[in-house]
Design a binder for this molecule. Structure first.
Ligand code: ADP
Ligand code: MG
Length: 231
């Protein structure tokens, strides 16, 4: 199945994520809003601790904001129950992290086939994807027997195997050298275009960010006023 644009628009409005800590509330994310149109790609940049992973987690429905709204396609995912968010994630999303999160006891091919199998979706043929992503000959290997660059290629293959409409990548090249990083990003962009998917990618690397359609900079959340300690 190729051709038709399948991507979905991901949008956030007035997001606030606040955690209670023993030293008072901590603001993890404060962001006015973002819309990434269906089938386009956006890089998220910003200093460490500004809430990039928090934002991606909200878009993935891994958490819900303290206030504000997340919409993916026609679904307000921030209003769904946890169970429905899990279902939504399995059906529509592909995710990639800095650490590959491959299952060590499954081979390359089994790791790639897993995501669509869990979602009960028809996936891309793992063998075809393996060739396409430059992993020919590695299908029967275990992750321990791959280089970091190869593992991240497998992570890309796994994320896109279920033909997701939205791909979320949190510093997917953060642990790779420049050459491997560039290769992994090209694979990701290639898969995104082939699927017509929407891609949101967090990176610290301006050279990677500029490969995407646009760049969104997150400001560090303003420090909440210091809690008053009464001795
Ligand atoms: N579960 C949590 N409890 C308390 N603080 C958190 C939690 N998760 C994240 N934070 C804080 O929220 C801020 C944003 O974190 P994060 O989204 O991981 O930033 P980034 O990915 O941009 O480096 C950080 O200051 C972090 O320490
Ligand atoms: Mg992060």
């Amino acid at each position: 199945m190729t051709g038709p644009a399948r991507g979905i628009t991901a949008a956030s409005t007035d997001l606030l994520v606040r955690y209670e800590s023993t030293r008072g509330p901590v603001t993890a994310l404060s962001h006015p809003g973002l819309t990434v149109e269906a089938g386009t790609s956006a890089a998220i940049m910003g200093p460490s601790g500004c809430g990039k992973s928090t934002l991606l987690g909200l878009l993935a429905g891994l958490a819900i904001p303290t206030s504000g709204q997340i919409t993916v396609g026609d679904t307000i995912i921030s209003a769904l129950s946890e169970r429905d968010r899990v279902r939504f994630r399995r059906q529509h999303l592909g995710m990639i992290y800095q650490a590959d999160n491959l299952l060590p006891h499954l081979t390359v091919e089994e790791n790639i086939a897993l995501a669509p199998a869990i979602a009960g979706r028809d996936g891309d043929d793992p063998a075809g994807l393996i060739d396409h992503l430059g992993l020919t000959g590695l299908a029967a290997r275990f992750p321990d027997h791959l280089s970091g660059g190869q593992r991240q290629r497998v992570a890309v293959a796994r994320a896109v195997a279920g033909r997701p409409q939205l791909i979320l990548a949190d510093e997917p090249t953060g642990a790779l050298d420049e050459t491997n990083a560039a290769g992994v990003v090209e694979l990701l962009l290639d898969a995104q275009r082939r699927l017509g998917a929407t891609l949101i990618l967090v990176t610290h690397d301006p050279q990677i960010a500029c490969r995407l359609d646009r760049v969104e900079y997150l400001e560090p959340p303003r420090r909440p006023s210091e809690p008053v300690h009464v001795a």
